[in-house]
Design a protein. Sequence first.
Length: 72
Amino acid sequence: LVEGIKLIEEALSAGFYCEALLHTNEVNLNEEDFIDSIRKKVLRIEEIRHDDLGRLTDTKTPQQVVAVFYDD
């Protein structure tokens, strides 16, 4: 599980496969270019509620986007 746009971009650049990207509405509105740029590299992109994203992360203030990666 990778949290944050910068770390997600780094994982994609390193050749890891992204199974799912989960983001809140805030990311969708503020980072449309990011979402569009990785759409072909991610199997599934879903918008989720802020509360649900908070349950997935260990941080007190989640960065509004997380991704599930695996190494082939």
